[in-house]
Design a binder for this molecule. Structure first.
Ligand code: UDP
Ligand code: MG
Length: 333
């Protein structure tokens, strides 16, 4: 694969969804860190269709910080896809992905860059040494998620590596060329087998606002993770079917025996249970098939997973963002 041109040393990609309350804190802490690194950099703030004033505030801050680039998506597409939009936009020889809520400390970026350069590795994972600031619910659901993934996907899925990591241009190019519709990066990146190192950090509390990951999004991520890496759930369906078939055989034998002994079974309860049980198992299996077929269907439609509404890197968008030109003027061109 051809190496693409990297015009800056470091790109910092940050997906943001309704982060108006956090964005000032984030920028205030990120900027001195990046300025102190002594390398050329860009910050790619991907606005994931926020409904609050995140974009407006970012554009305002960009006037004082030209390295801040704002890429606004047309609608909310979710954290992983927003990350994908950011990776596609980034120009850096190294790319770091980081959350906007300061749960991942920006100071660690310097350590990551040093580790990548000194140890000459392609990926540096930020590994959470301590999750005590996460809620009990979050810690337990995360624990269960990683336990299941390690069993389904492979032993190289790290317990505590989320989406705070540094990747080289070579890795990002591979990710950008994946035909997959909804890659789950924390699973895909280690599966590629690039050389890697780890940097430990303490996960802090969200600086402001609320989590943008409600239970529904967590379930979506889990379904994507499972189905993108394993057909094992389909096998569960087979085992369930086999088990219920054997159970039915046993019931037939016992029913015949009871009939032979003249014990007339009233029969309604057992029939009722058997029908419910089999119906349930069949629905589970159909649902499982549906999950996979749905993904095959989406892949065959090949719709764009995200659309960029504005990128301050484009000349016209920048002139509007900087207030040189009005939106109406730009629209007329
Ligand atoms: N995020 C996003 N789109 C979404 C949900 C979240 O871009 O639909 C961003 C969010 O702004 C944050 C990061 O993804 O920068 C992680 O989200 P959050 O901190 O809410 O998740 P948690 O840390 O609670 O798991
Ligand atoms: Mg967070």
């Amino acid at each position: 694969m051809p190496q693409r041109f990297a015009s800056v040393t470091l790109s910092v990609v940050t997906p943001m969804y309704n982060e108006r309350e956090a964005v000032d804190h984030f920028v205030a802490r990120l900027r001195p860190v990046l300025d102190g690194l002594g390398v050329t950099y860009e910050v790619v703030a991907v606005d994931d269709g926020s409904r609050d004033a995140t974009v407006a505030r970012l554009i305002e801050m960009r006037r004082e910080w030209p390295e801040l680039r704002v890429v606004a998506l047309r609608r909310n597409v979710g954290h992983q896809t927003a990350l994908r939009a950011g990776l596609r936009s980034a120009h850096g020889a190294y790319v770091v992905s980081i959350d906007a809520d300061l749960q991942d400390p920006p100071e660690v970026i310097g350590e990551m860059l040093d580790a990548a350069r000194q140890q000459d590795v392609h990926v540096v994972y930020g590994v959470r040494g301590d999750r005590s600031t996460d809620t009990v619910f979050k810690r337990n659901t995360a624990g269960l998620y990683y336990w299941v993934m390690r069993r389904l996907v492979g032993p190289w899925v790290s317990d505590n590596a989320g989406d705070f990591r540094l990747m080289s241009r070579a890795v990002v190019d591979v990710l950008n060329d994946l035909p997959e519709q909804r890659p789950v990066y924390r699973l895909v990146v280690p599966s590629l087998g690039f050389s890697s190192a780890e940097v430990a950090y303490t996960r802090a509390e969200r600086v402001a606002g609320e989590t943008k990951y409600p239970l529904s999004k967590m379930i979506k991520l889990t379904l994507d993770s499972v189905t993108s890496f394993s057909a094992a759930p389909l096998r569960i369906a087979t085992w369930l079917g086999l088990f219920s078939f054997l159970l039915c055989l046993a019931l037939i034998v016992s029913g015949l025996a009871a009939w032979g002994f003249g014990a007339v079974v009233p029969g309604w309860t057992s029939l009722y249970i058997a029908v419910l049980l089999l119906g349930g198992i069949q629905l589970i299996c159909l649902g499982l098939l549906g999950e996979y077929i749905g993904r095959i269907y989406a892949a065959s439609q090949n719709r764009p997973q995200f659309l960029v509404a504005m990128d301050t890197e484009d000349e016209a968008a920048r002139r509007v963002a900087d207030g040189i030109e009005s939106v109406e003027l730009a629209g007329r061109r």
